[in-house]
Write a protein of this length. Structure first.
Length: 334
């Protein structure tokens, strides 16, 4: 074991990964893996919390997400990629943590509240879904992660995790669990291509890392701009203009984007020209990922073997944390 700071992040295998994942977290992970000890968890159990009746959806998407990781530059020799359901310590810690979190507290989590409303669960809300932030706290703490690179929808999860860490540590003779902090990227919430506040698999408003040339073209050409910018010569608005939101998130030349914004605002720059610039940059970003991914996804055996190996490494680490918590609580450890 080295003493590098530990990172844990994860993704639900509910569909292939998209540009929101890329700018919100994945791009940072590919950089951070060189300086931190990084774990990435394929959160299949969390994926099941709102897909309990369609487990094949979760199963089928595991290799899809793995192929996306590799395509986005995650290197399995630097990052340990593991599977949530292969790590029983995570489920056991969840059970222990559930006793120190109140129902009122889980019901107050704003991200979960929002997701419950969006999914229209009402009385059919699965228990597992309501408590998934507790299971996420188990994931993070089992690895003793201190840094969690995530989108801003995850801030309430980190806050709740730290409350659990504080409470659990106070019950133990000496602290076992580490506090963690979220690491937000510059684009901590990428809106969907439909203009919705968040690009999300569940909302069907994504542009995938594996998007075809045509899909990229279609997404950009139907993108919402300033509805009052009718003539090229009209001054246009940047605020809420999706094309500029995306140029900010993806264009490598910030000075050029600043110049385009100024030109658009004073009039004389058309939507078509802005969209062409955006499409060019997205085509350039996605094409190499799409190509690499197409190769990886053909070898699902290799992808699953990589996941098995990572899960075996993670098993030892997470069991150790569980042992320490149980011992601290005075439970017999056989
Ligand atoms: P689902 O709809 O199934 O919840 P999702 O698209 O929200 O899927 P997750 O697997 O829940 O994706 O999220 C994985 C990680 O990616 C989290 O850290 C999350 O904050 C980040 N992320 C997801 N969507 C975005 C987005 N639009 N902008 C920034 N970060 C995002
Ligand atoms: Mg999500």
């Amino acid at each position: 074991m080295n003493n590098k700071t530990i990172i844990l992040t994860g993704d639900r295998p509910t569909g292939p990964l998209h540009l929101g994942h890329y700018v919100g977290s994945l791009r940072q992970r590919a950089i951070l893996q060189h300086d931190y000890q990084q774990f990435i968890l394929v959160a299949d159990l969390q994926g099941l919390t709102d897909n309990g009746s369609t487990p094949q959806k979760i199963r089928d998407n595991i290799p899809e997400v793995l192929a996306d990781y590799l395509a986005a530059g995650i290197d399995p020799s630097l990052t340990t990629i593991c599977l949530q359901s292969a790590l029983p310590a995570l489920a056991e810690l969840t059970t222990l943590y559930m006793n120190i979190v109140t129902v009122a507290r889980v019901e107050r989590n704003p991200t979960v509240k929002n997701e419950i409303a969006q999914k229209g669960f009402a009385r059919s809300l699965p228990v597992g879904f309501l408590v998934y932030p507790i299971s996420q706290a188990a994931d993070i703490t089992a690895f003793k992660a201190e840094v969690v690179p995530v989108g801003d929808d995850q801030l309430p999860m980190i806050e709740q995790t730290n409350e659990i860490v504080h409470k659990m540590n106070s019950l133990l003779p000496a602290p076992v669990l580490s506090h963690c902090k979220a690491l937000l990227s510059e684009t901590s919430r990428l809106p969907g291509i439909d203009g919705n506040a968040k690009m999300s698999k569940s909302l069907g408003n994504t542009l995938l890392l594996s998007a075809s040339e045509e899909a990229i073209h279609h997404a950009v050409s139907t993108m919402y701009t300033d509805p009052n910018h009718l003539k090229v010569s009209d001054p246009g608005k940047i605020d809420g203009n999706m094309v500029f939101t995306y140029l900010d998130a993806f264009h490598p030349d910030k000075a050029k984007v600043a110049e385009m914004k100024a030109h658009y605002q004073r009039g004389g720059l058309g939507d078509r020209a802005c969209k062409n610039e955006l499409e060019m940059c997205l085509q350039e970003l996605i094409a190499p990922m799409r190509e690499r991914r197409a190769t990886y996804i053909q070898d699902k055996g290799m992808l699953m073997a990589m996941l098995k190996k990572g899960s075996e490494q993670a098993h030892e680490i997470t069991q150790q944390t569980l042992r320490e918590v149980k011992q601290g609580l005075g439970l017999p450890v056989f």
